[in-house]
Write a protein that binds this ligand. Structure first.
Ligand code: FMN
Length: 361
């Protein structure tokens, strides 16, 4: 038996922009802190990380946030796509992922205002932030240069063999900062109305389409509460109208205006936001966050509430999560570390990974 019939929805195929996706399970973007070189290069550890998860069987593998500019990283050890020199290393990832029959996407990222001082002495974004003296507002001359960095990042991803890219428009990073009135107080054409605030994303999307063509998959990770869910839904509709191929719904990096799922809704507000976004658009939607089990993931797909489910930390804890689900085998569970996942420091500290290492002797 290839998979228990109770998960038949989760293991059903899907056509995403002409690419056959073998199941509805996504490895969401997750930075592996300490893996990449200081120059953003792909390391052996990065390759092994993606090899295991691809071999396990996720239908879509989205790389960790990959920096489009060196001075826009969240950490020194983040993958980079700001130079043509990155293409060869990135192509090793796509060879592995394709070899295991998964669709490969690269997440394009710029940290903007939250670029740490250790990476860059200044951090820039749509507007200067009072609580961050080293931050400054991008001039209107500088914005096209950053848009161009995203477009060239996508071009390099395509040259490295990726099936597409995902724009990181969530978690309070640069694209999300432009979209959100909390961070964007500009009075020029990149600020004010929602249409102006998402001009930054729109110009990136149009530029990528022009550069990479229509067959290239272009996804958008949405900050659902930007600042409120109603705004997130409006952004999702706009992004769809610009020609994006899917929306991956996460949070907007702030704790205001959190949507409240109705009583009886058995998932958190981030998944709820994804379900609401799906009700309002026609392109495929990936939902994510604390879905945790195959039963719950299958339920979301079967009930038509989501097209894809991203399973993050469980696939960090158990690289073979998909295979184990598919063959009804024991899973090495994520232990839901508090206050946050230990992979944000290093995978070495993950207690679930420690167990695996001990088992392997
Ligand atoms: C260690 C770690 C790194 C992450 N890095 C990224 C990232 O690079 N880009 C991104 O959009 N989200 C990132 N996330 C968020 C995940 O993609 C995902 O949304 C989150 O873990 C919730 O899903 P889960 O409950 O299935 O783990 C990261 C999460 C973790 C735990």
């Amino acid at each position: 038996m290839n998979h228990p019939t109770r998960f038949s929805s989760l293991f059903s195929g899907f056509d995403l922009k002409g690419s056959r996706v073998k199941n509805r399970i996504v490895l969401p973007p997750m930075v592996c802190f300490g893996y990449a070189g200081d120059n953003g290069s792909v390391s052996r550890k990065n390759l092994d990380h993606y090899r295991l998860r691809a071999e396990s069987g996720a239908g879509i593998i989205i790389t960790e946030a990959t920096a489009v500019k060196k001075d826009g990283r969240t950490t020194h050890t983040q993958l980079g796509v700001w130079s043509d020199e990155h293409i060869a290393g990135l192509s090793e990832i796509t060879t592995i992922v394709r070899g295991h029959g998964a669709v490969s996407l690269l997440q394009l990222h710029h940290a903007g205002l939250v670029t740490p001082a250790a990476v860059s002495p200044y951090a820039f974004g749509p507007s200067e932030q009072k609580d961050k003296p080293e931050s400054r507002e991008l001039t209107s001359d500088e914005i096209p240069e950053i848009i161009s960095a995203f477009i060239h990042g996508a071009r390099r991803a395509r040259e490295a063999g990726f099936d597409g890219v995902e724009l990181h428009g969530a978690h309070g990073y640069l694209i999300n900062q432009f979209a959100n009135t909390l961070w964007n107080r500009r009075t020029d054409e990149y600020g004010g109305s929602l249409d102006n605030r998402i001009r930054f994303a729109r110009e990136i999307i149009y530029g990528i389409r022009e550069q990479c063509g229509n067959k290239f998959i272009l996804g958008y990770r949405l900050g659902a509460n930007t600042p409120a869910l109603a705004d997130g839904i409006r952004i999702a509709k706009a992004i769809e109208s610009y020609g994006a191929d899917y929306i991956h719904v996460s949070h907007g990096g702030n704790l205001r205006n959190l949507p409240r799922p109705p009583k009886g809704f058995d998932f958190n507000w981030i998944v709820y936001s994804g379900v609401k976004v799906k009700e309002n658009i026609s392109i495929p939607v990936i939902v994510v966050n604390e879905i945790k089990t195959a039963e719950r993931a299958n339920h979301l797909v079967e009930s038509g509430r989501a097209d894809f489910v991203a399973i993050g930390r469980p696939q960090l804890a158990d690289p073979f999560w998909v295979k184990h689900v598919q063959h009804d085998q024991l899973i090495n569970p994520c232990l839901s570390c508090k206050p946050k996942c230990r992979w944000f420091e290093t995978s070495e500290l993950c207690p679930a990974q420690k167990k695996l290492r001990e088992k392997a002797g």
